[in-house]
Design a protein around this ligand. Structure first.
Ligand code: AMP
Length: 282
């Protein structure tokens, strides 16, 4: 695997691939890699793409400076995992390479409704930060295919909107969420959980499963209250437990069988905010 740290070196490394038949598949990450990230690489490889993975902890998308400070960094391990997975190029830029003018007075994007709800409401500025870094990364990689995890469903929608604003032909692929045995969605932030917190964290997925299981038998109001009560009882601080239209993220007050529905959840356990979601079967 070739490791490059500047956009110029990335361009040079990609030149030989671009002249061939293979498409460029891009997997942006913030490192502290786990099997969820690796499944994105595998998806790209299944499509016979030349794979470019980036590791960049983007300062502009952290609305909480403590979250940024504590974000796990495991670069040696990440390199070993990417090498094993057959990744072709790792783009590992320093902050100055992505933001040569510094991180003040940055551009803003008209991301519309998808930026205003759920994590957008809970984490002001977060999705603008995602758009700022994704725009720079997309310019640098010029990928044919972009692979993103459904675990961050709203982020997938935001990036889809960004691609449309950019009139960018890069094709976005939403990759299903990889989970631990107890259902907990794999996440770099899980490394920060204490043993006790980790033992409880599977509850988020259990809530999602119970929302899906009770579709058609109870009103969502009741199911939502059961989830909130259970989470609070176990010491979580829930941010939201919600049902939305999976195509638009419009919040749904109740189960709406004619729509594609998705259940979404966000809760703090200690100072760690976990999110998860489950598209409901039709
Ligand atoms: P991150 O490093 O958290 O920014 O994530 C980088 C990419 O990996 C994003 O597209 C995430 O949605 C995706 N991802 C994170 N966790 C998972 C998971 N458990 N399963 C599949 N994809 C994931």
């Amino acid at each position: 695997m070739k490791i490059v740290k500047s956009k110029a070196d990335l361009k040079a490394a990609l030149q030989s691939y671009r002249s061939g038949q293979a498409k460029i598949g891009f997997i942006p990450t913030m490192g502290a890699l786990h099997e969820g990230h690796i499944s994105l690489i595998k998806n790209a490889k299944q499509n016979a793409d030349t794979t470019v993975c980036s590791i960049f902890v983007n300062p502009t998308q952290f609305n909480d400076p403590k979250d940024f400070e504590h974000y796990p960094v495991t670069i040696e391990q990440d390199i070993a995992m990417l090498t094993d997975a057959g990744c072709d190029i790792l783009f590992l830029p320093p902050v100055t390479e992505m933001y040569p003018e510094g991180i003040v007075s940055l551009e803003s994007y008209n991301l519309g409704y998808v930026e205003t709800v759920l994590d957008g409401a809970a984490r002001p500025g977060h999705f603008q930060g995602v758009a700022q870094v994704m725009s720079r990364l997309l310019d640098a990689v010029q990928a044919d295919n972009l692979y993103m995890g459904q675990k961050d469903y709203q982020q997938c929608m935001v990036v889809k909107q960004l691609l449309s604003l950019r009139k960018d032909n890069t094709k976005i692929h939403f990759v299903p969420t990889m989970r631990e045995q107890d259902g907990l969605a794999m996440s770099s932030r899980n490394r920060r959980l204490t043993e006790g917190q980790r033992a409880l964290a599977g509850l988020l997925y259990q809530c999602l499963v119970s929302i899906e299981a009770q579709n058609g038998t109870k009103s969502f109001d009741i199911v939502k209250k059961e989830c909130l009560d259970l989470l609070e009882h176990k010491g979580f601080k829930p941010d939201y437990v919600t049902l939305a239209d999976a195509d638009t993220l419009e919040i749904l007050e109740d189960y709406s069988p004619s729509r594609n529905m998705i259940a979404l959840i966000a809760a703090f356990i200690g100072d760690i905010r976990l999110i998860d979601n489950l598209p409901l079967k039709k």
